[in-house]
Design a protein around this ligand. Structure first.
Ligand code: ADP
Ligand code: MG
Length: 160
């Protein structure tokens, strides 16, 4: 089995489509951070844990303790149409209410499992409903005792 898969990189600005309007902002990982995912080219929705560094690009500590603990996440993996669908992209929605954006911050993630393939939506409501289902499935899956240990993984404790 390919999991766990560890990812890390500075959060990039995306195209701003969907995300916040759908109540589901997704932090983009840089392309260079994705080689670990190349064994699992299955596009779709994954779940796991993520952590955001309190420090911004300028090295100032701008996020508080409760925004920077290890948190549950869902990750969408897909091929970006902007790059003629040749470039794999990963966007992470962290299940936490952040007090501010964290563009440029280091983000680490451990991907632990697959939820579903990418689907095409005919309605905004359908998409929002599926995102809500994904979050429930992720939380339910992460509640398994075997996953507990990943919250204190070295990958996270080494985040600056
Ligand atoms: P973009 O297209 O730039 O990715 P989004 O609407 O998807 O725009 O918003 C993503 C940004 O929102 C992230 O880069 C991050 O700074 C911020 N953000 C705030 N709350 C969250 C959250 N719970 N999960 C992920 N990103 C969040
Ligand atoms: Mg996004």
């Amino acid at each position: 089995p390919p999991f766990p898969i560890s990812l890390s990189g500075a959060v990039r600005k995306g195209f701003g489509r969907g995300g916040k309007d759908l109540g589901c902002p997704t932090a983009n990982l840089p392309d260079e951070s994705l080689p670990p995912m190349s064994n699992v080219t299955q596009t779709g929705v994954y779940y796991g844990y993520a952590q955001v560094s309190p420090y911004n690009k300028e090295g100032q500590k701008v996020l508080s303790e409760d925004d920077t603990v290890v948190l549950p996440m869902v990750m969408s993996l897909g091929y970006n149409p902007f790059y003629k669908n040749q470039q794999l992209t990963a966007e992470i929605h962290i299940m936490h209410n952040f007090k501010s954006d964290f563009y440029g911050h280091e983000m680490r993630a451990i991907v632990l499992g697959y939820i579903r393939p990418e689907l095409n939506y005919t309605s905004r409501e359908g998409l929002i409903e599926d995102i809500e289902t994904d979050k429930r499935v992720a939380l339910k899956s992460l509640a398994r005792p075997e996953y507990e240990k990943y919250k204190s993984d070295l990958h996270f404790s080494l985040l600056p």
